[in-house]
Write a protein that binds this ligand. Structure first.
Ligand code: FMN
Length: 205
């Protein structure tokens, strides 16, 4: 099996979020897909270790936003590399509430969906959640960020909880925060997008 074949599947980059009884949760995903149009339903795949899955199950609803091409990488860093169990990801960003009272990032997005969790399927490491769309808003006509551009233009990495993460990933890993830069050569002036350490803190995988 050639793992590079999986790199030819195109995805967008999204943030899904919800508010539980005691905290807000949200995480970056690349696995949002529209599955039906009547009624309008979306599917998302969430790792069982992710706090966002627990909070969405508790809330019974969730918000999903489509990130824009020139989104600040800092937003992906906060929502994609930390857990809502340890950090209030919303405290440092501007956010709004959808019609289900779920918070969602206000900046760096091109569209927002409010969803009611109507089904879920355990597929092993992840749970596929089906959301019926109760509201949809076009926020900007700017182009959305693709997963391919996130990697090629923004130098992004994929953490282990993403279904697209592949065991045996090669590259350089930050010895401080664990961030993996998937590249053959790490430039000397490279700065970790997660914890800000320089290239000397990275080790080759
Ligand atoms: C580009 C990118 C794509 C990701 N895709 C997914 C995904 O589809 N499903 C998932 O469960 N996690 C995905 N992740 C990982 C989660 O965002 C990450 O594990 C996050 O820290 C979970 O936070 P939480 O514990 O607050 O839910 C992705 C991360 C990045 C940066």
């Amino acid at each position: 099996m050639d793992p590079k074949a999986f790199h030819k599947i195109s995805y967008g980059v999204f943030i899904v979020s919800a508010e539980g009884s005691d905290h807000k949760a949200g995480c970056v995903i690349n696995t949002l897909t529209q599955v039906t149009s009547s009624p309008m339903k979306l599917s998302i795949a969430l790792n069982k270790n992710n706090d966002t899955l627990e909070v969405i199950k508790e809330a019974g609803t969730f918000s999903a936003v489509v990130l824009k091409e020139d989104v600040d990488l800092g937003l992906i860093k906060i929502f994609g590399f930390f857990s809502s169990r340890d950090k209030n990801k919303f405290e440092s960003i501007s956010y709004k509430f959808d019609d289900n009272n779920n918070p969602y990032p206000a900046g760096g997005i091109v569209a927002q969906f409010s969803c009611r969790l109507c089904d879920s399927l355990d597929v092993g490491s992840h749970v596929i959640c089906i959301g019926e769309v109760t509201d949809a808003n076009l926020v900007s006509e700017d182009p959305p960020l693709t997963y391919a551009d996130y990697h090629s233009k923004k130098g992004g990495a994929t953490p282990k909880n993403s279904p697209s993460y592949q065991e045996g990933t090669t590259g350089y890993q930050c010895t401080v925060c664990g961030y993996i830069e998937e590249t053959d050569d790490l430039p000397d002036d490279f700065i970790c997008p997660v914890c800000g350490k320089d290239a000397s803190y990275f080790r080759k995988l």
